[in-house]
Design a protein around this ligand. Structure first.
Ligand SMILES: Cc1cc2nc3c(=O)[nH]c(=O)nc-3n(C[C@H](O)[C@H](O)[C@H](O)COP(=O)(O)OP(=O)(O)OC[C@H]3O[C@@H](n4cnc5c(N)ncnc54)[C@H](O)[C@@H]3O)c2cc1C
Length: 418
């Protein structure tokens, strides 16, 4: 069997997709990754630190990027998507569209284009909490390390100005979307997750009060390359935050929103409590939880965070978040279930631990895959489309790595058994 017979397509270049790709390629398979963003790494690239070790996400990502760079059997397309799939296990024909970046491989990320660019666009990596120039590097550790020109300025004099400022001829304003077909034996579907839309949980105040943020936004507020340079500031007035309330199960385990538990939110909030405690010595964190889910080896991390007397864990379902006019802060109200009393706590920032929802909850690709009631991909029966990572169920990075490795093995079997 030749190499071509073992071509595997990986859709989604998050930690699950890139893990599946490198594991499969290192056994000799040819792998193509199709990623929607202009960079690889997915949501992990947007984290400040990983629990339980609290190391930066670049730790895990850099190693994988190096494995991709060093392996000629892996190719990838960013700003790309799958349009259609036909065929059968062992012989799929996949139509792929690559959208234009308007920047070619000559780019050295020198930033000269951004210097002359005046238009700004919402900064997606920071969940729109700030803006970037329309000629931008997706983030400081982006792979590929290349600028992007936002389509907003294409066709304007500003785009021409950016192009003229580039000393390397790296801006190509004539770039067009390209569509092509790939023949592959197996497909790994690793399109990951999105945060639940917090504005739907009206009583928790997201969208009404600027100091109510989601857990994914809080990761960016704490990140050195985030909108505040890693200082945790109240979005309303830029004042240093000293008190932060973490509201667990924001919309989760709730029939009106997400009926299931996302499993990682408790650990994410415990981790985020350390962000504020480390930065501001006289700060206080309040974690309002239904039950703390910190299973197996994560129990030690939970115990360690609990030992900080300025982290209060309160068993409670929060019923309301409102503005506290006097302090400019937020009032968090609910019931303290263990003490049998009311919770009324004023804080600077409220962080909503929103659940993880598969991208496939909203848009189901037109192909042979089975879903559960929430849109997670449950499998593909006898088909050669193998789901991996958070598109299957909410999971942390360690579980995503294991799942992706298993998916790589399954894909190799499908591709070989044609
Ligand atoms: C607040 C919060 C904090 C967290 N912190 C931690 C932590 O500290 N430690 C830990 O272990 N875990 C943490 N997690 C969990 C972690 O984020 C996930 O385990 C991880 O993101 C799973 O990776 P994935 O590749 O499956 O999905 P994703 O990271 O979502 O990657 C999916 C990729 O697919 C791409 N994609 C989507 N749709 C398409 C499409 N149609 N075509 C092409 N590409 C597509 C996306 O752009 C993305 O790049 C946290 C989760 C939350 C909610």
């Amino acid at each position: 069997m030749g190499d071509e017979d073992q071509k595997i397509l990986v859709v989604g270049g998050g930690i699950s997709g890139i893990t599946a790709a490198v594991e499969a390629a290192e056994t000799g398979a040819n792998v193509v990754i199709v990623e929607r963003n202009p960079f690889l790494g997915g949501r992990v690239a947007q984290l400040n630190q990983y629990f339980p070790k609290l190391c930066p996400p670049t730790c895990g990502l850099e190693i994988n990027f190096r494995r991709i760079k060093n392996n000629p059997k892996i190719s990838f397309y960013t700003q790309a998507e799958v349009l259609s799939i036909s065929g059968k296990p062992g012989a799929y024909s996949v139509s792929v569209r690559v959208n234009p970046r308007f920047v070619n491989d000559n780019c050295t990320a020198c930033g000269k284009c951004a210097e002359v660019c005046e238009t700004t666009v919402p900064n997606e990596i920071n969940y729109g909490m700030d803006t970037v120039k329309a000629a931008y590097l997706p983030h400081q550790m982006a792979y590929p390390f290349k600028y992007v020109l936002a389509s907003d300025i294409i066709g304007t004099d500003e785009a021409i100005k950016c192009s003229e400022a580039c000393p390397y001829n790296a801006i190509d304003l004539d770039m067009k979307a390209e569509t092509f077909d790939l023949e592959v034996g197996a497909i790994i579907w690793a399109t990951g997750w999105d945060p639940y839309e917090a504005e739907k949980i009206g009583y928790l105040g997201f969208g009404r009060f600027p100091n109510v943020v989601t857990s994914v936004m809080f990761e960016r507020l704490a990140a050195a390359n985030g909108p505040t340079g890693g200082k945790i500031l109240r979005p309303s007035d830029g004042k240093e935050a000293k008190t932060v309330a973490f509201v667990q199960c924001a919309g989760s385990r709730d029939e009106n929103h997400l009926a299931y538990c996302s499993g990682v939110c408790c650990l994410a909030s415990l981790k985020q409590a350390t962000y504020i405690r480390e930065r501001v010595p006289d700060s206080k964190a309040f974690i309002y939880y239904i039950d703390v889910r910190a299973m197996g080896k994560y129990e030690d991390f939970y115990t360690k965070v609990q030992q900080d007397e300025n982290v209060s864990l309160v068993k409670s379902k929060i019923a309301r978040v409102s503005e506290d006019k006097e302090s400019g802060g937020l009032m968090v109200e609910g019931e303290d279930i263990s003490a049998g009393s009311r919770v009324r706590q004023v804080v600077d920032i409220v962080v909503l631990a929103v659940g993880m929802r598969p991208g496939t909850a909203k848009i189901k690709p037109d192909m042979e895959m089975a879903y559960d009631d929430f849109g997670f991909v449950t499998g593909s029966g006898e088909s050669g489309i193998i789901p991996a990572g958070c598109v299957k169920a909410p999971m942390e990075v360690a579980a995503s790595l294991q799942d992706a490795t298993a998916a790589a093995l399954k894909a190799i079997q499908v591709a070989v058994r044609r």
